[in-house]
Design a protein around this ligand. Structure first.
Ligand code: ZN
Length: 380
């Protein structure tokens, strides 16, 4: 593609600083900067400047959700991963060659992958291309695994964590005459695994998602038996595992299909669909230190609109399948497709036809080093 060539700017055109201020206020969706960069060389030079991109990240603070990863199992290829962009065709993420297995988590612009065949983990940054290979913990069984990637940077601003230290909390779930889980933590600073903590659990741990709240990471326990009505907690400082009982009625009200996520009040919570409503719960501790669950918010899906039209029957058989931890984007899988809902503004968008696979939202400012991906590919 050829970018239009601008004539030398007339003397009465606004100075560069005026354009920069305008570009700064474009939405963080990469298609806006990408489109502006196609207008002429002058705009392209201003937009691709490292100083401008740094200001752009600082101005917007919350990285946009660029899309999501999904794990697929198909014959004859077996396990593979796909990336589904949610911000238009300008977003291109190619998976690292030779490591096709499985996505376990995304955090602050990085992706955690696991190779079942090699028993190896990879922390991959799609924006910088950085790869950090980590051998799986010793004594691993590795048939049912789950993991969380946690940014260990000691700062508040997580918009540019590409070289920050991280931790992997790896769960190895085993089944003999009972279920049990072993948790082990890897630190990129020491480059070693810590010792293992283990407890028995009522059922296997769901690898679909984890939620970091405060100093703990939480996973859903797969509902199988009557007593599997729990979530798993791993406390990072003490490195202890524990079980938290969910409120009664999960099976009846939500068909046992809930999604663990941070609650709006800062506690651990979950979301579940009951008929045409999304219910948001929070685990609160009262003034006497007693913990309990509270229904915090209800979204009536009948009031959601898609292109000004009621969403209607598209939400049949829906369930909450993901929540982007750094934004407020909730992913809903329904008969009519996969939808993104901004839970503060209630904006609704359809992003794909329905698919049964788990969703791992990926959020980052769309940069590679200092350049916007794609701009380098434009011919002068
Ligand atoms: Zn971070």
């Amino acid at each position: 593609m050829s970018a239009p060539h601008c004539s030398p700017p007339p003397a009465d055109l606004p100075p560069d600083d005026v354009f920069r201020e305008i570009f700064l206020r474009l939405p963080p969706d990469p298609s806006f900067l990408f489109s502006a960069s196609l207008v002429c060389r002058r705009w392209r030079r201003l937009i691709r400047s490292p100083a401008f991109l740094h200001r752009f990240r600082a101005f917007h603070r919350t990285p946009p959700v660029l899309g999501f990863f999904q794990n697929l199992w198909t014959l004859p290829t077996g396990r593979r991963i796909r990336f589904v962009p949610t911000t238009g065709p300008a977003t291109r993420i190619s998976l690292p060659p030779g490591f096709p297995d499985w996505v376990l988590d995304c955090c602050h612009g990085r992706v955690l992958l696991y190779s079942y065949s090699d028993r190896e983990l990879l922390v991959w940054d799609p924006m910088t291309g950085d790869k950090h290979y980590v051998g799986a913990p010793p004594d691993l069984v590795g048939e049912d695994v789950a993991a969380a990637l946690v940014c260990a940077a000691d700062h508040v601003d997580h918009t540019d964590c590409h070289s920050s230290p991280f931790q992997i909390i790896f769960l190895d779930c085993r089944e003999d005459d009972q279920y049990w889980v072993c948790a082990c933590v890897y630190s990129s600073e020491t480059e070693v695994w810590g010792s293992c903590a283990a407890i028995t659990i009522p059922s296997l741990v769901s690898s679909d998602s984890s939620a970091l709240v405060g100093n703990s990471v939480y996973w859903k326990i797969i509902f199988a038996e009557e007593d599997s009505n729990h979530i798993l907690e791993f406390e990072l400082r003490s490195q202890r595992l524990g079980l938290i009982e969910l409120p009664e009625g999960i099976r009846e009200n939500y068909m046992s299909d809930i999604h663990i996520m941070p609650a709006e009040d800062g506690s651990i919570g979950f979301a579940g669909v009951s008929y045409s409503s999304i219910h948001f719960w929070s685990r609160r501790i009262d003034s006497e230190g007693v913990a309990g669950w509270a229904l915090l918010r209800i979204i009536d899906m009948d009031k959601l609109t898609l292109s000004s039209m009621p969403a209607g029957d598209m939400f049949l058989w829906s369930s909450v399948v993901a929540f982007a931890r750094d934004s407020d984007d909730l992913f809903l899988q329904a008969e009519g497709g996969i939808f993104m809902i901004k839970i503060r503004s209630m904006q609704l968008r359809k992003v794909r036809e329905a698919s049964g696979s788990a969703i791992y939202p990926y959020a980052s400012f769309y940069t590679r080093g200092c350049d916007i991906v794609g701009i380098d590919d434009i011919d002068d």
